[in-house]
Design a protein around this ligand. Structure first.
Ligand code: ADP
Ligand code: GLC
Length: 490
């Protein structure tokens, strides 16, 4: 039986990306199709999505608009791919340049509750044959933006008088990041058009407010998150964001499925954004990438200086304040640091100041630059991801593929994907990077020292790098796990 599944999300690489979510929504539906599923995607019609999709044509008018003058569904596809993508055309809501969630002042748009309620409601309409040619059996909603999908489906089932427990489609809610909860003032509830009893502790109410994330966790048939370790962590007080009790209560419906890498986008043997190609068997191109990176960022041209790279959102989550503190350790030992990122002003300033102090050894580029991200991963010896928490993390997976050994904090998906270069792991042939346990300066510093020590042992470094590059984190295995989950639901 071919399973028809609709993925509902707010980002899609390469059209609109603020983080790893976009990489996942591009690759996972495609991997599901590869495994025989009939997968489609639903997105808000943000300016870059509306401009970037090919063959867009109208499918249906949407009767409810949540305050926008009009809204409709269109169907198109990503150029160069066959993945069908539904898009909500509601220009008053979505046709705003820049960040999809925040205005120019980095403040969330005042009408975000309505903008993303429309997304959830439109998904429920697709289940109810808004497109006469196709309707999903499974809807997988990603992050708080799509959190209302299961709630609208539950409400629609009730309206149609389906018996308790019967639904119009089965739902999966996927948590990419529990820190973003989609919280809105309680007054907004009246704008959502949900039954009044849904505003309840057993429902979408969260400490007197609304939480779109909680709605997803509460009403979905299954909950997934993007790594097995994060699935455990979010059931604890320390990392549950106030939702740990709900998550523990649903632990039988909660599963961690690791993200994958799209090796057609992240492959050093074919990557069009890097100075030279290389692979585990032909590594000479890696040095050329490093030299090119040093030249581009005006760092000292030193072959033997280990380059530490960072490609990251600059937020509290990513733990880069700790790295900033450890910077003297890297520089004084003759290493270099390259940072590409954008976000918190204090981090931007901190790294910029460091670059000014050590122009030969530290370079910082503020902004979002896909091509430079590839060049940094290709040209670095180490990629640092010292996150406080990390649901999965894709950067360390890309780093492995490009022979840049990941240096990571042992949390979430980082713990599930990188093996520390301890003496025993080196001896047993398991090591792929550097892992530190405690989120404290001395623990990070020790990991940095381990990186320098291994770098000085040429043979061990090459061995570890080859092993890192041979790891397979392709999407096929994860897609099979999602399919097994869908089958269980059906
Ligand atoms: P998160 O989703 O929490 O930001 P991930 O590691 O899952 O973390 O994914 C981050 C994605 O965003 C990767 O594809 C990474 O290359 C990309 N990225 C992050 N910051 C930048 C940036 N400043 N420029 C280009 N790409 C970036
Ligand atoms: C989130 C998480 C990141 C994860 C990504 C894709 O942004 O912070 O860890 O890799 O989503 O699932």
């Amino acid at each position: 039986m071919t399973i028809r599944v609709l993925h509902v999300a707010s980002e899609l690489y390469p059209l609109l990306k603020t983080g790893g979510l976009a990489d996942v929504t591009a690759a996972l539906p495609a991997a599901l199709i590869e495994q025989g599923a009939d997968a489609r995607l639903l997105l808000p019609g943000f300016a870059s999505i509306a401009q970037g999709l090919a063959d867009l044509h109208p499918v249906a008018r949407l009767e409810r608009t949540f305050g926008a003058p009009q809204a409709s569904l269109e169907l198109g596809r990503v150029p160069g791919s066959d993945l069908p993508v539904y898009m909500i055309r509601a220009d008053a809501f979505y046709s705003r340049p820049g960040n999809p969630y925040l205005d120019d002042e980095h403040v969330p748009y005042g009408d975000n509750a309505q903008r993303f309620a429309l997304l959830g409601w439109a998904a429920a309409q697709l289940v109810q044959h808004a497109d006469p040619a196709w309707a999903p059996q499974i809807v997988q909603a990603h992050d708080w933006h799509a959190g209302l999908v299961p709630a609208y489906l539950r409400a629609a089932a009730r309206e149609r008088g389906l018996p308790q427990g019967r639904s119009l489609a089965r739902t999966v809610f996927t948590v990419h990041n529990l820190a973003y909860q989609g919280i809105f003032p309680a007054q907004q509830f009246a704008n959502l058009g949900l039954p009044s009893d849904f505003f309840d502790m057993h429902g979408i109410e969260f400490y007197g407010q609304l939480s779109f994330l909680k709605a997803g966790l509460y009403y979905a048939d299954k909950i997934t998150t993007v790594s097995p370790t994060y699935a455990r962590e979010i059931q604890t007080v320390a990392q549950g964001g106030g939702l740990e009790a709900l998550l523990r209560g649903r632990s039988h419906d909660l599963v961690g499925i690791l993200n994958g890498v799209d090796y057609t986008v992240w492959n050093p043997a074919t990557d069009g954004s890097i100075a030279a190609h290389f692979s585990a068997d032909h590594m000479s191109g890696k040095l050329r990438c490093k030299t090119a990176l040093q030249a581009r960022l005006k760092l000292a041209q030193k072959h033997d200086a280990p380059v530490f790279g960072v490609v990251s959102r600059l937020t509290e989550q990513k733990g880069l304040d700790l790295l900033l503190g450890a910077l003297p350790e890297i520089v004084s030992r003759g290493g270099q640091l390259v940072v590409l990122g954008t976000g918190d002003a204090s981090l931007e300033q901190g790294f910029t100041r460091a670059a000014r102090q050590h122009p030969d050894a530290v370079a910082v580029e503020l902004g979002f630059d896909e091509a430079l991200a590839h060049a940094i991963v290709a040209g670095s010896d180490v990629i640092a991801v010292p996150s406080r928490f990390e649901p999965c993390g894709l950067t360390q997976l890309y780093a492995l593929a490009y022979g840049a050994l990941p240096l990571v904090h042992r949390v979430g998906g980082l713990a599930d994907t990188v093996v520390d270069a301890s003496l025993e792991n080196l001896a047993d042939g398991f090591a792929t990077g550097f892992v530190f346990e405690r989120f404290e300066p001395d623990a990070l510093t020790a990991a940095i020292r381990r990186a320098f020590a291994l770098y000085a042992r040429n043979h061990d470094w090459r061995d570890t790098r080859t092993r890192a590059m041979q790891q397979d984190f392709g999407w096929a295995a994860s897609a099979q796990r999602y399919l097994a989950l869908y089958r269980e639901l059906l």
